[in-house]
Design a protein around this ligand. Structure first.
Ligand code: NIG
Ligand code: FE
Length: 427
């Protein structure tokens, strides 16, 4: 089946082959003028041409072609959420008042909340129960324009528990009604009861990592490298072992303080180092030289009530950066347009830069099912794209309380958004 989206408004194509950095983040060259048609065959974009030409070519072919009038709506690539913790059970809503009373994230964990309390609640749930919960989360992400999700394990913290979360993530990836899903092992997320840092690190290296690598259920490995969780030495040991076993590397660094994770990220040339909130200037330089992506997660400072990330200094360095939701029990943000609205409205970031950060730039640190190119609107890329309710592309990050999209195409399948303000079906 062929789909022709004609009479488009502006199309933000981002048809480039490397991450967009520095001043190019505001380069309007990637925006195609209105009046185009996007031609899709099966799950792939095959051409972008003038609307009238496309109508001449395909109008008579109604058996094999569906023609869809965009009525001037702007079109942007499918959004890529390159950092989430999607699969877990339980509820930590109660922690909000502790935070307001001045307890820190570490203190709440010591009081019996935090990651280990989610581990206890998650351990009680079956694969089917976890699938039901995380499927609903993936559906909400899709309603908000996300067409690909990276998700991490990390609420099992033992062989069986970690494998269960990775199995559930694989089930999500099999479900074609959802965004595509890729998995990262993050057993190094906290120290489980009955272990200390040294014994758990040893357990990870000896038992957990070989088992995960053998299962084939994770593409990457991630470590919560932060004073009080995994130190530089343990993180290095775990990541070097992960790489030996064929896993790609990611890190959580400097979420609460400058713990030296940025320099280690550069030394190991990891794919992405995320949070990077308190990373010092020298470490940021090293990360740039080692082509390490900086993954900003605006939902976390939003929920922790801390200051906003210093994105402009990373842009000034011409270092690549992304944004992602970091959806987790402490930060239940599933909407990339909301995450973008935080940096646009609070950090003065250009909406075009924010868009590159969760489309084309995020495509270089993620991998789709068939290693298809994504995050761009260009011939040969997977047909993942968003049709806005507006003829102005900037509208994508200006409606934080509701979705800005009339419809989303995921793998070439059109999903009309019944909840959009200006629903596609009615026009
Ligand atoms: O990226 N900081 C470590 N991991 C998550 C939080 C996990 C949790 O609090 O359950 C994060 O913010
Ligand atoms: Fe995270």
């Amino acid at each position: 089946m062929r789909t022709v989206l004609y009479n488009s408004g502006p199309i933000v194509s981002f048809d480039v082959k490397q991450p967009v950095v520095g001043d190019d983040l505001s380069n309007e060259e990637w925006i195609l003028d209105e009046g185009k048609a996007i031609i899709i065959e099966a799950d792939t974009i095959v051409n972008i041409q003038d609307s009238q030409e496309a109508l001449n070519d395909y109008q008579s072919d109604s058996k094999t072609t569906q023609l869809i009038d965009m009525a001037g709506r702007a079109i942007i690539p499918g959004l890529i959420d390159s950092h989430t913790h999607l699969v877990w059970g339980g509820d930590r809503s109660r922690e909000v008042r502790l935070k307001q009373q001045g307890y820190s994230y570490a203190e709440i964990a010591r009081l019996g909340g935090g990651i280990n309390s989610t581990v206890a609640m998650t351990t009680k749930l079956s694969d089917a129960e976890l699938f039901r919960l995380s499927k609903r989360r993936a559906q909400i992400a899709l309603e908000n324009g996300t067409t690909h999700i990276e998700t991490k394990s990390g609420y099992g913290l033992c062989n069986d528990g970690e494998l269960k979360l990775l199995r559930v993530a694989a089930m999500l990836n099999e479900d074609d009604s959802l965004p595509s899903v890729e998995s990262t092992w993050m057993g190094a997320h906290a120290i489980p009861d009955g272990h200390n840092l040294e014994s758990y690190t040893e357990d990870i290296v000896r038992n957990q990592l070989p088992m995960v690598a053998q299962s084939g259920l994770a593409r990457s490995a991630d470590v919560f490298c932060e004073p009080g969780w995994f130190g530089i030495e343990e993180t290095k040991t775990i990541l070097i072992e992960s790489r030996k076993l064929g896993l790609d590397l990611r890190m959580h660094i400097d979420e609460f303080c400058d713990g030296g994770g940025g320099s280690l990220a550069a030394e190991l040339a990891v794919e992405t180092a995320d949070h990077a909130h308190y990373t010092n200037a020298e470490a940021r330089e090293r990360m740039k030289d080692a082509s390490v992506n900086t993954g900003f997660l605006p939902g976390t400072p939003y929920n922790l009530g801390t200051d906003w990330p210093d994105i402009k200094s990373v842009t000034a360095l011409e270092s690549p950066w992304t944004i992602a939701t970091d959806f987790n029990p402490n930060n239940q943000v599933l909407s990339l347009p909301f995450a973008a609205s935080c940096i646009v409205q609070r950090c003065g970031i250009d909406p075009l830069a924010a868009l590159a950060a969760c489309t084309v730039n995020a495509s270089f640190i993620t991998q789709t099912k068939n290693s298809h190119r994504h995050g761009v609107i260009a011939p040969g890329a997977v047909a993942n794209l968003n049709i806005l309710s507006s003829n102005q592309w900037e509208s994508w990050c200006l409606t934080p309380g509701h979705t800005p999209f009339d419809a989303t195409l995921v793998g070439g399948e059109l999903r009309i958004n019944e909840k959009a303000i200006n629903t596609f079906a009615k026009v």
